[in-house]
Design a protein around this ligand. Structure first.
Ligand SMILES: O=C(O)c1cc(=O)[nH]c(=O)n1[C@@H]1O[C@H](COP(=O)(O)O)[C@@H](O)[C@H]1O
Length: 276
């Protein structure tokens, strides 16, 4: 079975370095002329699938925007994941889960077991119960050729108060997360299947990403103020592993399918140029 690291490398080579988020904010539904209800959600998600699923390497549905409509919203998330994967996009489901190991195993089977209706190519997880508590997700992902993206240095201004805290060994919390993930990815070719989330907004923080050997998801571009030209100062020598991620900046172009495609194309061109 091909690893997620290999599948992602191939997808980026074929389609370019871009992840587009599906974040159906109430304000975006309104902006698109849709109702803020299940019918509006379904139309929104379907339009993004029609516009981007056959051309963007990774699509990242944000679970909360579907969950807010209850079981019918989750039903739409299930069909959106299926449609995206059928059209050839890798699906990174943004759920940011993290729990004690035994419960984490249940989350892992919800999202990373191919038999689950919410099965995705990869998920986002939070390491603040300890990176080791995420092991059931790492194990199930490895067994199924899936990936896991662990939050390390997030794009929001509140992140540093926790992530830059320094432990007894002199490393920051974020560097500990980075080092533990680097360890698992060591030696993987062409790329490890465990990724990190590092916001494009964070500037130069002095964290060492050089040993990660896995994908570095970079949200925060566009609506949160970062631009592709910021990527070099955040990622330095690790630029080659960066997967830039946009949600609102691209979604604002809808509901026209051609305008969404043009926005994604402009984003991928800018990112290609910035990543060199
Ligand atoms: O894990 C994420 O995707 C994520 C991590 C992070 O540090 N910052 C961040 O913005 N995100 C997500 O990325 C998306 C950013 O959306 P835009 O600001 O509209 O591009 C949202 O769905 C966030 O939840």
């Amino acid at each position: 079975m091909e690893t997620f690291g290999k599948r992602l490398t191939d997808a980026i080579e074929k389609r370019g370095p871009l992840c587009v988020g599906i974040d159906p904010h109430a304000a975006l539904l309104t902006r698109w002329g849709l109702t803020d209800d299940v019918a509006g959600l379904e139309r929104f998600a379907r339009t993004v699938v029609d516009a981007l699923a056959d051309r963007v390497a990774v699509v990242k549905p944000q679970s909360a925007f579907f969950e807010r409509f209850g079981s019918r919203g989750i039903g739409i998330l299930e069909s959106t994941i299926r449609q995206l994967r059928d059209a050839g996009s890798l699906v990174l489901l943004d759920v940011k889960r993290g729990d004690i190991g035994s419960t984490m195993a249940a989350y892992a089977s919800a999202y990373l077991d191919p038999a689950s209706p919410l099965s995705a190519d990869a998920i986002t997880v939070s390491p603040y119960l300890g990176v080791g508590s995420l092991q059931p997700a790492f194990d199930l992902a490895a067994a199924n050729g899936a990936g896991v993206f662990v939050l390390a240095l997030t794009s929001n201004p509140e992140g540093p108060s926790v992530q830059h805290a320094v432990g007894n060994d002199g490393r920051t919390v974020a560097q500990t997360v980075i080092d533990e993930i680097s360890q698992v990815n060591r030696g993987a070719e062409p790329l490890g299947s465990l990724g990190l989330v590092v916001g494009a907004t964070i500037g130069r923080t002095g964290h060492d990403l050089s040993e990660v050997n896995g994908p570095l998801l970079a949200p925060g571009l566009g609506a949160q103020g970062a631009t592709p030209s910021d990527l070099r100062s955040v990622f330095g020598e690790s630029l080659r592993n960066v997967l830039p991620s946009y949600s609102r900046e691209v979604l604002n172009a809808g509901p026209s399918v051609s305008a969404l495609r043009a926005a994604a194309e402009a984003a991928v061109d800018d990112c290609r140029a910035a990543l060199g």
